[in-house]
Design a protein around this ligand. Structure first.
Ligand code: MLT
Length: 312
């Protein structure tokens, strides 16, 4: 399902198109198919690297080669959540997925306070390290909040933006109370208890009922997070400012994508953001909740590839 604010001349227009689930198209392999095409069909090779950022070791995954796309992970996951997309990088693109402070395998000690601005700064330093000036930059949920923080610091680095299952608004008083409870739970009982409490919310009803492998993957990723990483990120999210007034300043092509069953950052949040961003496209993914890229990876990847090939 698409709604698109983009026009060829960049003038804002708006229309709704509701269709069925996105479908991959298939076509016969042309005779004499190139090695690149065959490589694209069997999937990309995911590389795992480490570098030092702000005095800490940072792991990042990357795959493909060409124009860079940075994908920032959700809370309390890590760069591995982007493996379905890293496995299928479109030809001519390079996907880069860093671990944010406190997350990923063996996260280094992470003295608090940490802010989303610190995490955004880390992404900028990683790009410097990789000699990348500009990129399509985006993230899912907390990754979207970090994307907004990076845009605020360095809008010139964005050739495009991806806002997946995220929102521009700050936390409500009820949301802040929920965060305090998450901190208390993490401190008292650790990551497994946080996973138990979060799983029914972050996965859509279809995944919870019918996709046990997705439930297991997300649980394992949450359980890998440390209490310190969880508490640091929750405190950072609590302190984040409202970014709504920044939305009209986003002038690069932007993909707003959301699971139809997302109850954490629902479709209404995505629509509200898209209405404020001139060159934006909205994709609503059926049968997906908040972690849409993991719940319906093929359709998410297809929508991302379509955005990259048609807008950039
Ligand atoms: C996330 O997926 O990153 C979190 O659910 C974001 C949030 O709690 O606001």
């Amino acid at each position: 399902m698409y709604a698109d604010n983009s026009t060829a001349d960049g003038i804002r227009s708006s229309y709704d198109v509701r269709g069925g689930p996105l479908q991959a198209t298939s076509s016969p392999i042309p005779r004499g198919a190139t090695a690149a095409l065959i490589a694209a069909m069997i999937g990309s090779m995911v590389r795992e690297s480490r570098t030092t950022v702000a005095g800490r070791s940072m792991r990042y995954l990357d795959a493909g080669s060409g124009w860079p796309v940075v994908l920032i992970h959700a809370f309390p996951l890590n760069a591995d959540m982007w493996r379905p997309q890293l496995d299928r990088v479109p030809d001519g693109w390079r996907f880069i997925a860093p671990d944010m402070r406190g997350f990923g395998p063996e996260p280094p000690a992470n003295p608090r306070p940490v802010s989303l601005d610190d995490m955004a700064s880390d992404v900028g330093i990683l790009l410097d390290h990789l000699a990348i000036d500009t990129a399509v930059i985006g993230g899912l949920s907390m990754g979207g909040y970090i994307t907004f923080a990076l845009f605020n610091r360095a809008p010139e680095r964005f050739t495009g933006m991806i806002l997946a299952d995220t929102k521009a608004k700050a936390d409500t008083p009820e949301g802040l109370e929920g965060r305090r409870q998450t901190i208390a739970l993490a401190r008292a009982e650790g990551a497994t208890a946080v996973a138990n409490s979060m799983l029914p919310k972050v996965l859509g009803k279809t995944s919870s009922a019918r996709r046990p492998e997705v439930v297991a993957t997300v649980r394992a990723m949450i359980e890998r997070s440390t209490t310190e990483g969880i508490v640091g990120a929750v405190e950072a999210m609590m302190a984040r400012p409202d970014r709504t007034s920044d939305l009209p300043r986003i002038s690069c092509p932007t993909l707003v994508i959301v699971g139809e069953e997302d109850v954490v950052t629902p479709v209404a949040d995505a629509v509200a953001m898209q209405n404020q961003i001139a060159r934006s496209r909205l994709v609503i993914l059926p049968q997906a909740g908040h972690l849409s890229n993991l719940e319906v990876p093929d359709n998410f990847t297809l929508a991302l590839g379509d955005f990259l090939s048609s807008n950039l």
